[in-house]
Design a protein. Structure first.
Length: 453
């Protein structure tokens, strides 16, 4: 359907618009809602439905305004309060969401305690959120999402034992993502010939958790793993993995003595900041290294910086973690700096849209996978990235890696400080104000200038 025209109002009904919305046809639904508003521009239900459709399209700013307009026309609408709160939370405006909910004295479908807990957590008030999470879990003991969110607060408060227990509920929240086999799920106590470690969550998570693979040698003769395509070559020909299978094509049933979802290893080995193993070596193929040397050879006298401004758009908080490419362009103003674009996927196009092809070499366009990216990292002087898989790969390779973090960050990175127990060569650069990347980029530019000029 064309995005530039609205259907005539007399050809669409509210029921038609809702049907399009329910079918996931968000562009068509939004157009239908807009057409209805040309006839009755003070209809609060149409305004909030339009806001919900725009939120599904990732247009959060317009979505929030639509919901606020709906509230203007019907200040007591529980539906609108819930919709506005969800849009504000997705944007990262937890404080406004909490204040709005308090004013209206309305919760959302998971109950007031859950709403309060989410908002306090989003504001970085970890200890305050815990009381609300405890009540929410008592109200809904089988709600896996609440337990996963509570795990985050436990992690941020340094309560790792409690956090890792709650973290085991992640498959209650997302049952379709749970790896399952007919063999026993390993609990850390048994030994045998072969264990199968099964990939889960994001690409960077598998790289992060691989630090626990070598310890499995104490219990098993062979370590087999599954991996998503972009990380498979990183685990080939390494001493702590004997065989790698695609995540969607695991080995036949019965070949292993036990299996384990990869992230379970944190609980098995009792992860804490003071006992976290160092990252292992990754496999970087010779052809990947030769390609990286060819790409960087013309810039041997430059300070070479790999940059990444966005991660996977499928991650629930992808927009909050991402930044705008134009912010990186100020680094290209520094004499002697050459930027290498390492952002994969739809946001690669940002380089051409900004007309920055001459300022940023788009190496991601020809990367086959993270092995190619790792080889390039070896040839660079510094990596500056938002919180993505690239940060894990670059730090594991051993290159100085600066990670730009939203406020609040993912639990891996804790509440404060530039250092992290996960990687000794990683520097964390945090937002001081939620949603505002100005201060982090000012620090990045100043520190690079001080280092090379």
């Amino acid at each position: 359907m064309s995005k530039t025209t609205n259907p005539p109002s007399h050809t669409v009904s509210f029921q038609d618009a809702v049907k399009l919305h329910q079918e996931g046809k968000f562009e068509e639904a939004a157009a239908a809602y807009r057409a209805l508003l040309t006839v009755k521009p003070d209809n609060p239900l149409v305004w909030t439905n339009l806001g919900a459709a725009l939120r599904s399209l990732g247009k959060l700013e317009a979505s929030i305004i639509c919901h606020k307009r709906a509230l203007h026309h019907d200040p007591k609408s529980a539906t609108t309060v819930a919709n506005l709160g969800n849009a504000l939370r997705e944007e990262g405006s937890y404080r406004e969401a909490r204040e709005m909910a308090l004013v209206n004295q309305i919760g959302i479908e998971t109950g007031p305690a859950a709403t309060v807990a989410r908002d306090l957590q989003g504001m970085g008030r970890w200890r305050a959120s815990m009381k609300a999470f405890n009540q929410a879990v008592r109200d809904k003991p089988k709600d896996g999402e609440l337990r996963i969110l509570r795990a985050t607060s436990h992690f941020m408060m340094g309560e790792y034992d409690k956090a890792l227990i709650d973290y085991q509920s992640r498959f209650l929240f997302s049952p379709n993502s749970e790896p399952k086999r007919k063999s026993p799920r390993w609990d850390g106590t048994t030994s045998g010939k072969r264990i199968l470690v099964m990939a889960e969550q994001g690409l960077g998570d598998m790289v992060l958790i691989s630090r626990f693979f070598p310890a499995l040698r104490e219990k098993f003769e062979e370590i087999w793993i599954t991996s998503r395509g972009p990380t498979m070559r990183l685990f080939e020909d390494v001493p702590y993995v004997d065989k790698v299978f695609p995540k969607d094509s695991p080995p036949e049933e019965g070949v292993e003595d036990a299996y384990i979802p990869a992230m379970d290893l944190m609980k098995i080995y009792g992860l804490r900041p003071d006992n976290c193993p160092a990252p292992p070596t990754l496999h970087i193929p010779d052809e990947a290294r030769q390609r990286a040397k060819r790409l960087t050879a013309p810039y041997k006298d430059f300070f070479k910086i790999g940059i990444c401004w966005a991660g996977s758009p499928t991650f629930v908080q992808a927009k909050r973690k991402a930044t705008e490419l134009w912010r990186f362009l100020q680094l290209a103003e520094i004499p002697g700096v050459q930027l290498f674009g390492m952002c994969k996927g739809e946001r690669e196009a940002d380089i051409a849209e900004l007309g920055a092809e001459g300022l940023i070499l788009n190496t991601a366009a020809t990367d086959k996978d993270f092995a190619d990216a790792a080889a390039l990292v070896e040839q660079l002087d510094l990596i500056v990235t938002v919180d993505t898989g690239l940060g894990h790969v670059a730090a594991t390779v051993g290159k100085p890696t600066w990670v730009l973090l939203p406020r609040p960050p993912f639990w891996y990175w804790g509440t404060a400080g530039e250092g992290t127990y996960w990687y000794k060569n990683m520097r964390l650069i945090r937002q001081t104000t939620p949603g505002d990347w100005s201060a982090p980029f000012e620090m990045v530019r100043a520190d690079i200038e001080n280092a090379i000029l």
